[in-house]
Design a protein around this ligand. Structure first.
Ligand code: FES
Length: 87
């Protein structure tokens, strides 16, 4: 069984393409669609719930789930690897 990544982070994901890895503190946000994985969001963004409440951005890079099975949505918890999510 694969080990799940730290919630909302990109750690533990050596197979994810992470171009521009040094961009983390840029004010201009970038979004990277990882092959078979989450959307990595780097830079200053305002993330909100469906009800409009601001979700604090605690990291320079956050990983948003796009496979739909994360237990900590909207963040990725690494479960996409366990279900062999394909993009
Ligand atoms: S994309 Fe990682 S748990 Fe959904």
């Amino acid at each position: 069984m694969s080990k799940a990544a730290e919630p909302g982070s990109a750690s533990g994901s050596a197979d994810w393409p992470i171009p521009g890895a040094s961009v983390g503190h840029s004010l201009d946000p970038i979004i990277i669609a990882c092959q078979n994985g989450p959307l990595l969001v780097r830079g200053s963004v305002e993330l909100r719930t469906a009800e409009g409440e601001v979700i604090p951005q605690l990291r320079a890079t956050i990983a948003l789930c796009r496979c739909g099975v994360s237990s900590i949505k909207p963040f990725c918890d690494g479960t996409h690897k366990l279900i062999n999510f394909q993009t």
